[in-house]
Design a protein around this ligand. Structure first.
Ligand SMILES: [Zn+2]
Ligand SMILES: [Zn+2]
Length: 267
């Protein structure tokens, strides 16, 4: 079982030379956790926020193993950009009109049930370990693994600086980092920046909102985008306005191709 235990952040690939012998620390830590986890489960019993079952492996993230194994998945046919489409259609409206900046896209499942709960735990309860488990789940999907491993760089949707200060982390940056590490590619957390809110969205017309969202992002690391295949990473896709605004900036920086990867999509 040792070799199949997925690793926590920072454990993968860590090797140390000890007395001339290479010791794989990832295996050592995984082994240690097999002993520590049951102990934690007894001393600090915690329940799965989705089904209330007591966790047997609290170190493996907020959900219980059956809930991790049954995260909701998309059932509808999807367009190459990742949007669900009606049966019989070959592409979504935006792709048919040639107005889709994303050459390809994917997400794990609909924003509901356990997927909604685990994303909440990650964002609002600070359960950062969920990012690693979600990255694992995403990379188990062959289309996602191909999308990520053939990208030059993964770029998370940036948070407002104020939100980042409040939360202490950007969940999309955590996801991008975990995905990149597991797939052997690169993440660039500050390729894009989000400017401070200037105009509140409330009370604006739809066109003014779109302009407001478009103006909210700026490129900080042009060199990490120009001429490269870039995958934009976000936790949840709702209207797509944010992703679209980021994609326009990435295109503007001279990226060769822009792709989109989200954990969940509102359907
Ligand atoms: Zn559960
Ligand atoms: Zn499409």
């Amino acid at each position: 079982m040792g070799a199949s235990v997925p690793l926590l952040p920072g454990e993968a690939g860590v090797r140390a030379a000890l007395n001339g012998t290479h010791v794989d620390l990832s295996v050592a830590t995984a082994t240690a956790r097999r002993f520590v986890d049951p102990l934690l489960a007894v001393v600090f019993p915690s329940a799965c926020p989705a089904c209330a079952r007591l966790l047997t492996h609290p170190g493996r993230g907020p959900l219980c193993e059956p809930c991790w194994a049954s995260l909701p998945r998309h059932e509808a046919v999807v367009c190459r950009c990742g949007l669900p489409i009606a049966p019989g259609l070959s592409a979504c409206g935006r792709c048919r009109r040639g107005r889709q900046p994303f050459a390809s896209g994917a997400s794990l499942g609909p924003y509901e049930g356990t997927l909604r709960i685990v994303l909440h735990e990650l964002k609002y309860a600070g359960r950062r370990r969920a990012a690693g488990r979600l990255a694992e789940a995403l990379l188990e999907v062959p289309a996602v693994r191909t999308l990520v491993s053939t990208s030059d760089v993964l770029v998370p949707v940036p948070l407002h600086p104020r939100r980042l200060r409040e939360r202490g982390f950007n969940q999309s940056a955590l996801l991008a980092g975990e995905l990149a590490r597991r797939a052997g590619t690169t993440a660039c957390a500050d390729a894009l920046v989000r400017r401070q809110d200037t105009v509140p969205q409330a009370g604006l017309t739809a066109a003014a909102r779109r302009r407001n969202v478009r103006e909210a992002f700026a490129v900080r690391r042009r060199a990490s985008l120009a001429g490269r295949t870039v995958t934009l990473v976000d936790d949840i896709l709702t209207t797509g306005a944010t992703a679209l605004a980021c994609a326009r900036r990435i295109e503007g920086a001279g990226a060769r191709e822009v792709r989109l990867l989200t954990v969940a999509r509102v359907v």
